[in-house]
Ligand binder design. Structure first.
Ligand SMILES: [Zn+2]
Length: 165
């Protein structure tokens, strides 16, 4: 029996992968991601992979800026923006992975516009209702970490696949 590592919660699939290249192939990561350090998060690596899948989901669903409406965003001008900055809510917080609160934003809104939280919340209210917005606001201060990144990757993979159909 191999000694359980501190990543023992890891997906057996990922743990068995011999190289980062094989992981990149399996999850169809963009070509500029050639090692763990190019991921937004790499501890655990599943967290970084989960984020790459989130980006794909957002790009598959949306083409325009969620907050200013700028159309057909591409390349550097298309970013994946949180309603509530991850720096405030915490990158492990389930809230930071709630797809209702993650949308496509243009380089301005997600950059100098600092996320345009006011416009973002208005759009959330319109789309998902005021009760959800109030709940989301409360959840910013709750400790609700994602404990199983392996399951998160699976969940997101399934969502992405369902969008392909
Ligand atoms: Zn914008």
């Amino acid at each position: 029996m191999p000694k359980p590592s501190r990543h023992s919660f890891r997906s057996p699939k990922i743990a068995r992968s011999a190289t980062f290249a094989s992981i990149a192939r399996e999850y169809d990561l963009p070509s500029y991601i050639t090692s763990k350090k190019h991921l937004r998060w790499s501890t655990p690596i599943e967290k970084g992979i989960a984020w790459e899948i989130v980006k794909k989901i957002v790009r598959k669903k949306e083409t325009d800026c969620y907050t200013c409406g700028r159309k057909d965003l591409e390349g550097q001008n298309a970013s994946t923006g949180h309603c509530y900055p991850v720096a405030q809510t915490g990158s492990n917080n389930a809230l930071s992975w709630d797809l209702r609160l993650i949308h496509l934003q243009c380089g301005y809104c997600n950059g100098p516009g600092q996320g345009e939280q006011g416009l973002y919340e208005e759009r959330i209210r319109k789309e998902y209702g005021d009760a959800f917005l109030q709940e989301a606001r409360q959840r910013r201060y709750k400790v609700d970490p994602i404990k199983n990144w392996d399951a998160k990757v699976e969940e997101l993979k399934n969502i992405l696949q369902s969008l392909d159909k």
